[in-house]
Design a protein around this ligand. Structure first.
Ligand SMILES: CC(C)(COP(=O)(O)OP(=O)(O)OC[C@H]1O[C@@H](n2cnc3c(N)ncnc32)[C@H](O)[C@@H]1OP(=O)(O)O)[C@@H](O)C(=O)NCCC(=O)NCCS
Length: 163
């Protein structure tokens, strides 16, 4: 990768490339429709090189997990285009999402992932899925990949928003 990527909040014009990136990684990510991405575009952070989106990440607030005045945020849809991996793009988009949500008095950041080694490098530790039951019964329950969130091989992880 010759050119350095830029981290910025997503714009509507990025929606199509975000859709393509999430779709390309559909085996690792919860699918998102174009409509869902457009409706939630303000929550996405992207890594861009010129007009090309090479990475993305977004978040969802879960006030029901933990104390309501200390929100828990889930990092979602983390993806980097294959040729740009292992160059700090994934770390940069996840850290940018965490910085964006910090003013919301976020205490914990959680993730459900097939890439625990990556998130471990970012300070996440594995937790029991029972610690995020609300997520399982509002999000995972709608996933078409597995009948039961507890047999789904995704790993639940958590870190403090401020390290
Ligand atoms: C996981 C993914 C986002 C990582 O993106 P990336 O840009 O390659 O990550 P980075 O270069 O920022 O890596 C940060 C650190 O994690 C390490 N790392 C990256 N991918 C890793 C992996 N799959 N397993 C273990 N460690 C990994 C890097 O070596 C780096 O370590 P360092 O800080 O010691 O140098 C990317 O591989 C991807 O898009 N995968 C498919 C989608 C996916 O699985 N998303 C996560 C599900 S939520």
């Amino acid at each position: 990768m010759e050119r350095k990527f830029e981290i910025r909040t997503a714009q509507l014009k990025d929606a199509e490339q975000i859709f393509a990136l999430v779709h390309l990684n559909r085996d690792q990510l919860v699918p998102r429709s174009m409509g869902n991405i457009v409706e939630n575009i303000d929550r996405f952070t992207v890594a861009a090189i010129g007009g090309d989106i090479v990475g993305c990440a977004t978040y969802q607030i879960h006030p029901e997990i933990g104390k309501s005045e200390e929100a828990t945020v889930e990092v979602q849809s983390v993806a980097v285009r294959a040729p740009y991996r292992r160059r700090g793009v994934g770390r940069a988009v996840v850290e940018a999402v965490i910085r964006r949500v910090a003013p919301l008095a976020v205490k914990d950041v959680v993730v459900l992932t097939f890439a625990p080694g990556f998130f471990q490098k970012l300070g996440f530790e594995t937790i029991e899925k029972t610690q995020i039951m609300h997520k399982l019964y509002t999000g995972c329950i709608n996933c078409t990949k597995h009948a039961d969130p507890f047999t789904c091989p995704e790993i639940a992880m958590r870190r403090r928003a401020a390290l």
